[in-house]
Ligand binder design. Structure first.
Ligand code: SF4
Length: 472
């Protein structure tokens, strides 16, 4: 329990991953590289690709860093075959040991396969403990490795072993699995993580966390996986299995608000459109007067456009993002941290000087970034900064693979609304209501647990830790 608590308390922002798979294409590894490139926003800490031919050996290459740092043409040439899966990973420092970089390879007398995932299995500590007692030896802590062990200890056909393993899992997960006969894609029974299928022009198929990856490989979107579905793609085409009929749709609201690329469509809802509609909904309740609307780039741009449309004010580019800031920038002192924000974002003085500004952002986590952006805008001459957030206050941690920070660090869980407004230095502050988010996106099928503490699964040991943190 102590290790679990340490892990819980040391978590940082944004653990997300991207998965991609391809079946039956002469450039499987190379196309996987391009597909993963479109998913790079979901993880920049490590990347990997495993590939094989029908009946052949699976080769895998993976490493830490951006996709372009891990792979080059020579390395991709070492991954021959018509089938492949790949992964991009964002993780905390502790969990970023090479053992956790995916795909995870299994070579045993019963089966050889590679597996990669996105999400978090909340009963993983309990299952890992159970398997260790039965003799399994784990190299790392990834849920992909857990699935690999679960498949190996179950009995039956490969499909039956996947079904049995998934039935034991609680939480959020999307898996891709590669064997030398097929690829498999799995979506959890609560539909918390996105994964869909597309058809390739020459007849093969691909699967991806986000549909934005299909454009780059000329894939034609077929459909999203259903909650609780396992899809097998082989020479006969697509086969569908339900590992359970006890399903619901609780897509992570944060995918629409922050994580996914605006050109992706998840469960039939385009992400840009969802954000734009949320901006419009937020503007409908507005009674403050201002001169211009600006968005915090990039994830708030669509919402800011919607807000400006609805309220009838000009949408302006008041903040510029520098895309070339190193992602491992070390920030040991307050002064260096402040310089770090200035390196990432600049306020455009000629746009905001002398203006009352609506500043649209997607969320507030610790509050320190919002505080610095408001300060930047005021230093650039904005006379008033009214912060409008296109989501509800974040009050509870995520246990489904997105590190929205620990309970202690979530500023909305600690401060009142007025205290938070004062802390960030805004002239006014307003969030969306929890119900308003789904209404504006056009769906009721959302997980909003980090906004309302209503988790759609049991939390197992994490639930106990959360309660003790709340009561501290
Ligand atoms: S708790 Fe929040 S971040 Fe986690 S899956 Fe639910 S909506 Fe997404």
């Amino acid at each position: 329990m102590n290790e679990l608590r340490d892990e819980f308390l040391s978590r940082e922002l944004h653990e997300e991953c991207g998965i991609f798979g391809i079946y039956n294409n002469s450039d499987a590894a190379s196309l996987s590289y391009y597909g993963l490139h479109a998913l790079q926003h979901r993880g920049q800490e490590a990347a990997g690709i495993a590939a094989c031919d029908t009946g052949g050996e699976i080769n895998c290459y993976k490493g830490k860093g951006l996709l372009a740092e891990v792979f080059n043409n020579e390395i991709i040439a070492t991954l021959p075959g018509r089938h492949a899966i790949g992964h991009v990973r964002y993780s905390t420092a502790d969990a970023n040991q090479i053992e956790n970089v995916q795909p995870i390879m299994v070579r045993s007398h019963t089966a050889s396969f590679a597996v990669a995932h996105n999400g978090q299995i909340v009963n993983a500590p309990e299952l890992r403990h159970e398997l260790e007692k039965r003799g399994s030896i784990f190299q790392g802590v990834s849920d992909s490795e857990l699935l690999a062990h679960m498949i190996q200890v179950e009995e039956g056909s490969f499909e039956e072993c996947i079904v049995k393993a998934c039935r034991r899992f609680e939480g959020a997960f999307a898996f891709v699995i590669l064997t030398n006969k097929a690829i498999y894609a799995v979506r959890d029974k609560n539909g918390l993580r996105p994964v869909s299928i597309a058809k390739l022009p020459e007849g093969g198929y691909c699967v991806s966390s986000e549909t934005c990856a299909y454009d780059i490989v000329a894939g034609e979107y077929v459909r999203d996986l259903k909650a609780g579905e396992i899809v097998k793609i082989d020479d006969e085409g697509i086969h569908s299995y339900q590992y359970t009929d006890d399903t619901q749709y609780k897509m992570c609201a944060m995918e629409y608000i922050y994580f996914a690329r605006p050109d992706s469509t998840i469960d039939g809802i385009n992400v840009h459109t969802a954000r734009r509609l949320s901006g419009r909904a937020l503007a409908k309740r507005e009674d403050t007067e201002a001169d211009i609307v600006i968005g915090v780039p990039d994830s708030s741009t669509s919402a800011a456009i919607g807000f400006a449309e609805e309220i009838g004010l000009p949408y302006e580019i008041g903040l510029i993002k520098n895309r070339y800031v190193g992602r491992t920038f070390i920030q040991p002192t307050q002064k260096q941290r402040e310089r770090g924000v200035r390196m990432k974002l600049s306020a455009v003085s000629s746009i905001v000087k002398g203006k009352r500004v609506f500043m649209i952002d997607d969320s507030i986590v610790r509050g320190t970034t919002s505080k610095r952006i408001v300060q930047l805008l005021k230093e650039a001459g904005a006379t008033e900064v009214h912060v409008r957030i296109c989501s509800a206050p974040l009050i509870s941690p995520c246990f489904y693979g997105v590190d929205t920070s620990t309970y202690d660090e979530l500023i909305s869980a600690r401060l009142t609304h007025d205290e938070l407004c004062e802390f960030i230095g805004a002239d006014s502050l307003r969030f969306m209501e929890v119900d308003e988010m789904g209404e504006s996106f056009g769906t009721k099928n959302l997980c909003t647990a980090c906004f309302d503490g209503q988790y759609c699964t049991k939390l197992f040991s994490y639930g106990e830790i959360l309660e003790s943190e709340k009561n501290k």
